[in-house]
Design a protein around this ligand. Structure first.
Ligand code: AMP
Ligand code: MG
Length: 391
Protein backbone atom coordinates (compact mmCIF):
# COMPACT_ATOMS: atom_id res chain seq x y z
CA UNK A 1 0.00 0.00 0.00
CA UNK A 2 1.12 3.55 -0.78
CA UNK A 3 2.87 5.30 2.14
CA UNK A 4 1.19 8.59 3.07
CA UNK A 5 4.30 10.62 2.22
CA UNK A 6 4.21 9.24 -1.32
CA UNK A 7 0.49 9.98 -1.68
CA UNK A 8 1.11 13.51 -0.41
CA UNK A 9 3.87 14.00 -2.96
CA UNK A 10 1.66 12.72 -5.80
CA UNK A 11 -1.18 15.02 -4.80
CA UNK A 12 0.95 18.12 -4.37
CA UNK A 13 2.93 17.52 -7.54
CA UNK A 14 -0.33 17.35 -9.49
CA UNK A 15 -1.34 20.88 -8.52
CA UNK A 16 -1.54 23.40 -11.37
CA UNK A 17 -2.03 27.11 -10.71
CA UNK A 18 -5.57 28.32 -11.34
CA UNK A 19 -4.80 31.86 -12.45
CA UNK A 20 -4.87 35.22 -10.73
CA UNK A 21 -7.25 38.12 -10.21
CA UNK A 22 -7.40 41.52 -8.53
CA UNK A 23 -9.63 41.94 -5.52
CA UNK A 24 -10.60 44.90 -3.39
CA UNK A 25 -8.62 45.08 -0.16
CA UNK A 26 -11.78 44.44 1.84
CA UNK A 27 -12.16 41.09 0.06
CA UNK A 28 -8.52 40.04 0.31
CA UNK A 29 -8.44 38.35 3.70
CA UNK A 30 -7.78 34.58 3.50
CA UNK A 31 -6.60 34.91 -0.10
CA UNK A 32 -3.09 34.08 -1.35
CA UNK A 33 -0.96 36.88 -2.78
CA UNK A 34 -0.01 36.17 -6.38
CA UNK A 35 2.79 38.76 -6.66
CA UNK A 36 5.32 40.48 -4.42
CA UNK A 37 4.14 43.75 -2.92
CA UNK A 38 6.58 46.66 -2.60
CA UNK A 39 6.05 49.71 -0.48
CA UNK A 40 5.64 53.05 -2.25
CA UNK A 41 6.49 54.91 0.94
CA UNK A 42 8.67 54.93 4.03
CA UNK A 43 6.93 53.83 7.23
CA UNK A 44 6.68 55.92 9.21
CA UNK A 45 6.75 58.43 6.34
CA UNK A 46 8.10 61.16 8.69
CA UNK A 47 9.46 61.36 12.22
CA UNK A 48 6.24 60.81 14.10
CA UNK A 49 5.39 61.61 17.68
CA UNK A 50 4.43 58.49 19.65
CA UNK A 51 2.88 60.54 22.45
CA UNK A 52 0.85 63.61 23.24
CA UNK A 53 3.35 66.03 24.77
CA UNK A 54 6.04 68.56 23.91
CA UNK A 55 8.76 68.22 21.29
CA UNK A 56 12.06 69.71 22.45
CA UNK A 57 15.84 69.25 22.72
CA UNK A 58 17.08 66.78 25.32
CA UNK A 59 19.78 69.18 26.39
CA UNK A 60 17.06 71.66 27.46
CA UNK A 61 15.10 69.25 29.67
CA UNK A 62 16.14 70.96 32.87
CA UNK A 63 14.95 74.40 31.67
CA UNK A 64 11.57 76.03 31.46
CA UNK A 65 10.57 75.74 27.77
CA UNK A 66 8.70 78.28 25.69
CA UNK A 67 5.86 76.79 23.63
CA UNK A 68 6.26 78.20 20.11
CA UNK A 69 3.45 76.35 18.31
CA UNK A 70 0.92 73.53 18.55
CA UNK A 71 1.26 70.72 16.02
CA UNK A 72 -1.87 68.62 15.37
CA UNK A 73 -1.66 65.26 13.54
CA UNK A 74 -1.82 65.77 9.79
CA UNK A 75 -0.34 69.29 9.80
CA UNK A 76 3.35 69.92 9.06
CA UNK A 77 5.24 71.97 11.72
CA UNK A 78 5.99 75.60 10.87
CA UNK A 79 9.03 76.23 13.09
CA UNK A 80 12.41 74.78 13.97
CA UNK A 81 12.86 74.13 17.68
CA UNK A 82 15.68 76.21 19.14
CA UNK A 83 17.29 76.45 22.56
CA UNK A 84 14.76 76.29 25.45
CA UNK A 85 11.89 76.08 23.00
CA UNK A 86 9.29 73.37 22.45
CA UNK A 87 6.17 72.68 20.40
CA UNK A 88 3.04 71.18 21.86
CA UNK A 89 2.55 68.03 19.78
CA UNK A 90 -0.17 65.44 19.33
CA UNK A 91 0.33 61.70 18.84
CA UNK A 92 0.88 60.99 15.15
CA UNK A 93 2.03 64.53 14.33
CA UNK A 94 5.34 65.32 12.62
CA UNK A 95 8.17 66.02 15.05
CA UNK A 96 9.57 69.48 14.18
CA UNK A 97 13.17 69.94 13.11
CA UNK A 98 15.55 70.70 15.95
CA UNK A 99 13.66 68.50 18.44
CA UNK A 100 15.13 65.13 19.41
CA UNK A 101 12.54 63.98 21.93
CA UNK A 102 8.93 64.30 22.96
CA UNK A 103 8.19 64.64 26.67
CA UNK A 104 4.89 63.14 27.70
CA UNK A 105 2.22 65.55 28.80
CA UNK A 106 1.83 63.39 31.93
CA UNK A 107 5.36 64.42 33.02
CA UNK A 108 5.01 68.17 32.61
CA UNK A 109 3.66 71.20 34.44
CA UNK A 110 2.82 74.64 33.11
CA UNK A 111 4.33 77.44 35.20
CA UNK A 112 2.71 79.93 32.75
CA UNK A 113 0.31 79.68 29.81
CA UNK A 114 3.16 79.80 27.28
CA UNK A 115 5.76 77.70 29.06
CA UNK A 116 6.18 74.15 30.19
CA UNK A 117 8.56 72.37 32.54
CA UNK A 118 9.59 68.71 32.48
CA UNK A 119 8.88 67.01 35.81
CA UNK A 120 10.24 63.55 35.03
CA UNK A 121 13.75 62.25 35.68
CA UNK A 122 14.54 61.01 32.22
CA UNK A 123 12.57 60.42 29.08
CA UNK A 124 12.43 58.04 26.16
CA UNK A 125 12.62 59.69 22.73
CA UNK A 126 8.96 58.93 22.04
CA UNK A 127 9.62 59.39 18.34
CA UNK A 128 8.79 56.79 15.68
CA UNK A 129 11.72 57.39 13.35
CA UNK A 130 11.08 57.87 9.62
CA UNK A 131 11.49 54.58 7.67
CA UNK A 132 12.40 52.53 10.74
CA UNK A 133 9.64 49.99 9.96
CA UNK A 134 9.54 49.95 6.16
CA UNK A 135 11.70 51.63 3.52
CA UNK A 136 10.21 52.89 0.25
CA UNK A 137 10.80 50.28 -2.47
CA UNK A 138 11.16 47.43 0.02
CA UNK A 139 9.25 44.18 -0.65
CA UNK A 140 6.87 44.00 2.28
CA UNK A 141 4.89 40.89 1.36
CA UNK A 142 5.94 38.01 -0.87
CA UNK A 143 4.04 36.11 -3.49
CA UNK A 144 2.41 33.07 -1.87
CA UNK A 145 1.60 34.80 1.41
CA UNK A 146 -1.69 33.85 3.02
CA UNK A 147 -3.34 37.21 3.70
CA UNK A 148 -4.40 37.58 7.33
CA UNK A 149 -5.88 40.69 8.94
CA UNK A 150 -2.40 41.93 9.88
CA UNK A 151 -1.32 41.67 6.22
CA UNK A 152 -4.35 43.75 5.23
CA UNK A 153 -2.96 46.60 7.34
CA UNK A 154 0.38 46.36 5.54
CA UNK A 155 -1.29 46.31 2.12
CA UNK A 156 -3.38 49.34 3.03
CA UNK A 157 -0.35 51.25 4.36
CA UNK A 158 1.76 50.72 1.26
CA UNK A 159 -1.06 51.74 -1.08
CA UNK A 160 -1.93 48.27 -2.42
CA UNK A 161 -5.68 48.85 -2.62
CA UNK A 162 -6.34 45.99 -5.04
CA UNK A 163 -3.93 43.15 -4.39
CA UNK A 164 -3.36 40.50 -7.04
CA UNK A 165 -4.34 37.14 -5.58
CA UNK A 166 -4.69 33.57 -6.79
CA UNK A 167 -8.13 32.49 -7.91
CA UNK A 168 -10.07 30.49 -5.37
CA UNK A 169 -10.52 26.84 -6.34
CA UNK A 170 -14.13 25.89 -6.98
CA UNK A 171 -14.68 22.73 -4.96
CA UNK A 172 -17.65 20.40 -5.35
CA UNK A 173 -18.73 18.33 -2.36
CA UNK A 174 -20.84 15.21 -2.97
CA UNK A 175 -21.98 12.82 -0.26
CA UNK A 176 -22.75 9.32 -1.47
CA UNK A 177 -24.83 6.92 0.58
CA UNK A 178 -28.29 5.31 0.50
CA UNK A 179 -28.41 5.63 4.29
CA UNK A 180 -28.11 9.42 4.26
CA UNK A 181 -30.68 12.13 4.91
CA UNK A 182 -29.97 15.85 5.09
CA UNK A 183 -29.50 17.47 8.52
CA UNK A 184 -32.97 19.04 8.54
CA UNK A 185 -34.64 15.61 8.26
CA UNK A 186 -35.22 13.08 11.01
CA UNK A 187 -33.44 9.86 10.01
CA UNK A 188 -35.72 6.84 9.57
CA UNK A 189 -34.73 3.27 10.45
CA UNK A 190 -31.13 2.50 9.40
CA UNK A 191 -30.59 6.07 8.24
CA UNK A 192 -28.08 8.70 9.43
CA UNK A 193 -27.67 12.36 8.67
CA UNK A 194 -25.20 13.62 6.08
CA UNK A 195 -22.52 15.19 8.25
CA UNK A 196 -19.56 14.63 5.94
CA UNK A 197 -20.81 16.90 3.18
CA UNK A 198 -21.06 19.83 5.56
CA UNK A 199 -17.86 19.01 7.42
CA UNK A 200 -15.83 18.78 4.22
CA UNK A 201 -17.40 21.95 2.83
CA UNK A 202 -16.55 23.82 6.03
CA UNK A 203 -12.96 22.56 6.02
CA UNK A 204 -12.56 23.62 2.40
CA UNK A 205 -14.13 27.03 3.03
CA UNK A 206 -11.66 27.59 5.85
CA UNK A 207 -8.77 27.64 3.37
CA UNK A 208 -10.53 30.17 1.16
CA UNK A 209 -11.85 27.84 -1.53
CA UNK A 210 -15.39 28.21 -2.87
CA UNK A 211 -17.53 25.18 -2.18
CA UNK A 212 -20.64 24.01 -3.89
CA UNK A 213 -22.52 21.36 -1.97
CA UNK A 214 -24.23 18.92 -4.35
CA UNK A 215 -25.96 17.16 -1.45
CA UNK A 216 -26.66 13.46 -1.22
CA UNK A 217 -26.03 11.11 -4.12
CA UNK A 218 -27.60 7.66 -4.02
CA UNK A 219 -25.43 4.54 -4.24
CA UNK A 220 -26.29 3.64 -7.82
CA UNK A 221 -23.91 3.77 -10.75
CA UNK A 222 -26.30 6.01 -12.59
CA UNK A 223 -26.78 8.53 -9.76
CA UNK A 224 -23.06 8.76 -9.05
CA UNK A 225 -22.20 9.01 -12.74
CA UNK A 226 -24.61 11.83 -13.33
CA UNK A 227 -23.52 13.74 -10.19
CA UNK A 228 -19.84 13.30 -11.09
CA UNK A 229 -20.44 14.57 -14.63
CA UNK A 230 -22.12 17.73 -13.33
CA UNK A 231 -19.57 18.33 -10.59
CA UNK A 232 -16.60 17.79 -12.90
CA UNK A 233 -18.00 20.22 -15.46
CA UNK A 234 -18.59 22.98 -12.94
CA UNK A 235 -15.54 22.82 -10.63
CA UNK A 236 -11.76 22.66 -10.32
CA UNK A 237 -11.81 20.05 -7.56
CA UNK A 238 -14.40 17.39 -6.71
CA UNK A 239 -14.64 15.81 -3.26
CA UNK A 240 -16.81 12.73 -3.06
CA UNK A 241 -17.55 11.33 0.37
CA UNK A 242 -18.12 7.60 0.77
CA UNK A 243 -18.45 4.84 -1.77
CA UNK A 244 -14.69 4.28 -2.07
CA UNK A 245 -14.35 1.20 0.10
CA UNK A 246 -14.84 -2.54 -0.50
CA UNK A 247 -18.65 -2.66 -0.22
CA UNK A 248 -20.99 -3.92 -2.95
CA UNK A 249 -22.19 -0.35 -3.58
CA UNK A 250 -18.83 1.44 -3.54
CA UNK A 251 -18.83 2.55 -7.16
CA UNK A 252 -16.91 5.82 -6.95
CA UNK A 253 -13.46 4.75 -8.23
CA UNK A 254 -14.98 2.95 -11.24
CA UNK A 255 -17.20 5.85 -12.15
CA UNK A 256 -14.35 8.33 -11.91
CA UNK A 257 -12.36 6.19 -14.34
CA UNK A 258 -15.32 5.97 -16.71
CA UNK A 259 -15.42 9.76 -16.72
CA UNK A 260 -11.86 10.08 -17.94
CA UNK A 261 -10.29 10.65 -14.54
CA UNK A 262 -6.93 8.92 -14.20
CA UNK A 263 -6.68 7.47 -10.68
CA UNK A 264 -3.19 8.05 -9.24
CA UNK A 265 -3.94 6.02 -6.13
CA UNK A 266 -6.89 4.26 -4.53
CA UNK A 267 -5.56 3.52 -1.05
CA UNK A 268 -3.11 5.00 1.39
CA UNK A 269 -1.27 3.21 4.21
CA UNK A 270 -2.69 5.37 6.96
CA UNK A 271 -5.27 5.13 9.73
CA UNK A 272 -7.86 6.51 9.59
CA UNK A 273 -8.31 7.21 5.90
CA UNK A 274 -7.06 4.12 4.07
CA UNK A 275 -9.73 4.20 1.32
CA UNK A 276 -8.74 7.59 -0.10
CA UNK A 277 -8.75 7.96 -3.87
CA UNK A 278 -7.09 10.64 -5.95
CA UNK A 279 -7.55 11.19 -9.66
CA UNK A 280 -6.84 13.85 -12.26
CA UNK A 281 -7.92 14.84 -15.73
CA UNK A 282 -6.93 17.87 -17.79
CA UNK A 283 -9.61 19.99 -16.17
CA UNK A 284 -10.25 18.63 -12.71
CA UNK A 285 -8.87 16.97 -9.58
CA UNK A 286 -11.00 14.38 -7.78
CA UNK A 287 -10.71 13.05 -4.27
CA UNK A 288 -12.70 10.03 -3.17
CA UNK A 289 -12.91 10.63 0.55
CA UNK A 290 -13.53 7.86 3.09
CA UNK A 291 -17.11 7.78 4.40
CA UNK A 292 -16.27 7.49 8.07
CA UNK A 293 -16.47 11.06 9.31
CA UNK A 294 -13.19 11.10 11.27
CA UNK A 295 -11.35 9.53 8.33
CA UNK A 296 -12.75 12.14 5.97
CA UNK A 297 -11.85 14.93 8.38
CA UNK A 298 -8.28 13.71 8.86
CA UNK A 299 -7.64 13.16 5.17
CA UNK A 300 -9.02 16.58 4.36
CA UNK A 301 -6.63 18.10 6.92
CA UNK A 302 -3.59 16.09 5.83
CA UNK A 303 -4.09 15.96 2.08
CA UNK A 304 -6.87 18.15 0.67
CA UNK A 305 -6.12 21.38 2.50
CA UNK A 306 -2.39 21.44 1.61
CA UNK A 307 -3.39 20.64 -1.98
CA UNK A 308 -5.88 23.51 -2.15
CA UNK A 309 -3.25 25.88 -0.76
CA UNK A 310 -0.80 24.64 -3.38
CA UNK A 311 -3.37 25.32 -6.13
CA UNK A 312 -3.37 28.89 -4.87
CA UNK A 313 0.43 29.10 -4.83
CA UNK A 314 0.90 28.79 -1.07
CA UNK A 315 3.28 26.29 0.52
CA UNK A 316 1.14 25.35 3.48
CA UNK A 317 2.93 24.34 6.63
CA UNK A 318 0.66 22.92 9.31
CA UNK A 319 0.76 24.46 12.75
CA UNK A 320 2.39 21.91 15.03
CA UNK A 321 3.63 22.15 18.59
CA UNK A 322 5.98 19.80 20.41
CA UNK A 323 4.84 18.72 23.86
CA UNK A 324 5.42 15.74 26.17
CA UNK A 325 2.81 13.00 26.34
CA UNK A 326 0.86 13.10 29.61
CA UNK A 327 0.18 9.39 29.49
CA UNK A 328 1.47 6.33 27.69
CA UNK A 329 -0.31 5.16 24.53
CA UNK A 330 -0.28 1.69 23.08
CA UNK A 331 -1.86 -0.09 20.16
CA UNK A 332 -1.81 -3.66 18.89
CA UNK A 333 -1.56 -3.29 15.12
CA UNK A 334 1.27 -1.06 14.06
CA UNK A 335 1.46 -1.48 10.29
CA UNK A 336 0.16 2.01 9.47
CA UNK A 337 0.73 5.46 10.95
CA UNK A 338 -2.23 6.13 13.23
CA UNK A 339 -3.68 9.60 13.85
CA UNK A 340 -5.64 10.13 17.04
CA UNK A 341 -7.36 13.17 18.52
CA UNK A 342 -5.67 14.69 21.58
CA UNK A 343 -6.05 17.59 23.97
CA UNK A 344 -3.30 19.85 25.29
CA UNK A 345 -3.73 19.96 29.06
CA UNK A 346 -3.13 22.98 31.29
CA UNK A 347 0.14 21.31 32.30
CA UNK A 348 1.29 21.52 28.68
CA UNK A 349 1.09 17.79 27.97
CA UNK A 350 -0.83 15.94 25.25
CA UNK A 351 -3.47 13.40 26.21
CA UNK A 352 -5.73 11.31 23.95
CA UNK A 353 -9.42 12.14 24.15
CA UNK A 354 -11.98 9.34 24.49
CA UNK A 355 -12.09 7.98 20.95
CA UNK A 356 -13.99 4.95 19.69
CA UNK A 357 -12.67 4.95 16.15
CA UNK A 358 -13.23 6.63 12.84
CA UNK A 359 -17.04 6.79 13.15
CA UNK A 360 -16.73 8.77 16.42
CA UNK A 361 -16.89 12.25 14.91
CA UNK A 362 -17.82 14.14 18.08
CA UNK A 363 -14.49 13.05 19.63
CA UNK A 364 -12.91 15.71 17.41
CA UNK A 365 -14.94 18.47 19.08
CA UNK A 366 -13.09 18.00 22.35
CA UNK A 367 -9.67 17.77 20.70
CA UNK A 368 -7.03 20.46 20.22
CA UNK A 369 -5.10 18.54 17.64
CA UNK A 370 -4.05 15.28 16.06
CA UNK A 371 -1.16 13.08 17.12
CA UNK A 372 0.47 10.59 14.77
CA UNK A 373 1.70 7.29 16.17
CA UNK A 374 4.28 6.38 13.53
CA UNK A 375 4.22 3.20 11.49
CA UNK A 376 5.98 0.40 13.39
CA UNK A 377 5.42 2.06 16.77
CA UNK A 378 3.12 0.18 19.14
CA UNK A 379 3.93 2.04 22.32
CA UNK A 380 4.59 5.68 23.16
CA UNK A 381 5.76 6.14 26.72
CA UNK A 382 4.60 8.89 29.01
CA UNK A 383 6.82 12.03 28.65
CA UNK A 384 7.76 11.16 25.03
CA UNK A 385 7.98 14.42 23.08
CA UNK A 386 5.33 14.41 20.35
CA UNK A 387 4.22 16.84 17.63
CA UNK A 388 0.60 17.85 17.81
CA UNK A 389 -0.97 19.09 14.62
CA UNK A 390 -3.43 21.86 15.35
CA UNK A 391 -7.02 21.37 14.09
P1 AMP B 1 -18.69 4.21 3.03
O1 AMP B 1 -17.31 4.73 2.83
O2 AMP B 1 -19.65 4.79 2.04
O3 AMP B 1 -18.72 2.72 3.08
O4 AMP B 1 -19.16 4.74 4.45
C1 AMP B 1 -18.46 4.37 5.61
C2 AMP B 1 -19.21 4.79 6.83
O5 AMP B 1 -19.31 6.20 6.86
C3 AMP B 1 -20.63 4.26 6.95
O6 AMP B 1 -20.87 3.93 8.29
C4 AMP B 1 -21.43 5.43 6.52
O7 AMP B 1 -22.74 5.38 7.03
C5 AMP B 1 -20.66 6.60 7.02
N1 AMP B 1 -20.93 7.74 6.16
C6 AMP B 1 -20.85 7.73 4.83
N2 AMP B 1 -21.17 8.92 4.31
C7 AMP B 1 -21.48 9.70 5.36
C8 AMP B 1 -21.89 11.05 5.48
N3 AMP B 1 -22.06 11.83 4.41
N4 AMP B 1 -22.11 11.56 6.71
C9 AMP B 1 -21.94 10.77 7.78
N5 AMP B 1 -21.54 9.50 7.73
C10 AMP B 1 -21.33 8.96 6.54
MG1 MG C 1 -21.49 4.34 1.44
Amino acid sequence: MLPFEKAFEIVLNSARPLGIERVALAQAVNRILAEDVKSDTDMPPFNKSAMDGFACRREDLASELTIIETIPAGVPPKNVIGQNQCAKIMTGATVPQGADCVIMVEFTENPTENTVRFTGKETAGNICVKAEDIKAGQTVLSKGTLIKPQHIAVLASVGCAQPVVSKRPRVAVLATGDELVEPASKPGPSQIRNSNGFQLAAQVESVGAVTKNYGIVRDTRQAIDSAVKTAVAENDVVLISGGVSMGDFDFVPDILKQNGIELLFEKIAIKPGKPTVFGVSESVFCFGMPGHPVSGFVMCELLVKPFLYKLMGNDFTPREIKVPLGTSISRKKKGRPYWIPVVITNEGTAEPVEYHGSAHFNALCGADGLLCIPKGTGELEERTMVSIRHI
